[in-house]
Design a protein around this ligand. Sequence first.
Ligand code: PMP
Length: 404
Amino acid sequence: MAFSSSNIRSDFPILNVTTDDHPIVYLDNAATTQKPLPVLQSIQDYYLYSNANVHRGAHFLSDRATSAFESARNTVAAFLHAPENSHVIWTKGTTESINMVAYGLEHLIEVDDEILITSLEHHANLVPWQQLAFRTGARLRVLPLTSTGEWEAEYANYFTDKTKIFASTHISNAIGASTPLANMLNEAKKVGAYTLVDGAQAVAHYEVDVTALDCDFYVFSGHKMYAPTGIGVLYGKSSALETLLPYQTGGEMVRHVAYQATEFNVLPYRLEAGTPHIEGAIGLAAACDYLTKQDRPELLKWEQMLAKTVYDELCLDPRIEIYSPSSNTTLVSLSVPNVHTLDLNSYLDSKGIGVRAGSHCAHPLMEQLGVGSTLRASFACYNTKQEAKRFCEVLLEAIDLLAD
Ligand code: PMP
């Protein structure tokens, strides 16, 4: 059955908030999504009925908390089609996951090795690699994808026997383009590079199968897929996770400690120092369950239909420059030459419409596009066609008012 947001909007009470008599229209979902009642309920239930520290206590509540926490790991592993629960490491989010890999692989990187990323990366999948290159004398190289995420055959030449790490986004947060992941991962594998995929913008929309993707690491943040902030995932193949040196050390990640030596714990605990974000993991599992209950191919079609509605309406206006692909995307990123995106943002805000104006943590990509900042409308499961149309209507009103 075709998906319709009208069946699920009541799961998101925040959508009833109004501002100056305008119902809010929340189109900043690529920054963070709203949270449905089952996710909020799972967190409340945890604190009402199960709160205790995990793994260490031998008492009723600690057992309950540990079992809820580890069962959340099972749910996330199944959500990703990971072969084993121990392949799921809890982190604070995408940024921490990538830093864990960049620090964890440092011992394998030598002067003149190459770390390859794409030109569509968020700073989170750029700066940690750049800093790793600075620390080791390796070279950061950038695979030039087109702004619509296309790849040309000769770009395979960027993968050489010096390439030790290849890191790519799954979907660009700034413009919504998908990268040619399968081709790129294939080339990376041919040269024996470690591969990392930044799935921050993918997991809420696509059914991700890490086993089929066959990447070494896949990372994402819970808060962009209806879960709370402060929780994220580093998925890794066990051989790849075993290679990582722990980025943080301390309690929980050890088996035995003496003053002169420490024996680290097994995976996944070896990479999880300190008390974890227990209710975050439980909330993330509830978000996975929430998404799994939806007809995901139909949900994706719905979100793509909303972005397409905006694209088709706005591409007709010669004053507007659109940077997103014309279809198969869930967001639209645009600018209006001679009108500051922040002014457009403020006008939309005055009518209750929340979007994002800025460089989207992607300065090099903005330079490639020749624009300082863009205005981004990004869609989620609860958005409606009326909201997409309202966004276009108010944006055009703003342009009439602000363009000289
Ligand atoms: N990568 C991409 C593609 C993103 O969209 C974001 C968040 N905007 C990040 C990485 C960083 O995520 P977080 O801030 O949750 O760590």
